[in-house]
Write a protein that binds this ligand. Sequence first.
Ligand code: ZN
Length: 216
Amino acid sequence: MLLSGIIQSDTHNFTLINLNNSMNIDSGGRLHHPDDGFQFIPSPNYDDRPEGVEITLLVIHSISLPPGEFEGNGIIDLFTNQLNQQAHSYYATIAGLKVSSHFLIRRDGEIIQFVPCQRRAWHAGVSNWNNKERCNDFSLGIELEGSDTTPFTDAQYSTLTALTQCLRKHYPITDIAGHADIAPGRKTDPGPYFDWARYRSSLQKQHRDQIFDRRE
Ligand SMILES: [Zn+2]
């Protein structure tokens, strides 16, 4: 889904601006976040982007491990190749998968980074956006802890909006799409409960207020 449309109000604006102003990305592509709980947990599942390719796409995903269960260590274990196959029957079906994303936003809005933005995280798989294959080459991946059957939390939308604005300041991102949009028929995430209109209006409201702030 391409982000465009009309400006709408957003009651979370004050929080978003504060979060956005305090997040930063360093020259190595690592996020700096004022929250003491922010973690960088390195995943081995990445490699170099092709030379000269710019980051122009943000891909929104959702994931929960075991499926439909939140707040455990399953996602971290998967992205760090430490998933215990004995821990859940589903884990045997994804054993050996080498995947990651740049960021995970947990249910309470906490961010974990796994791969520096400059590197190519393995989040998209076989994919196509605007007639360009291999979206991992030119995208950043953000996973929301969630499922196809559960609404995402207010904290997740707040963090996602702030993180998106921070990333747009540092990289020439032109498009934002869901995993399902770049891998139709193969993937469904972030799923029907991800509120694209809310995300879009939060981004636009924040952008408008930033312009307004500069004039004051
Ligand atoms: Zn996905």
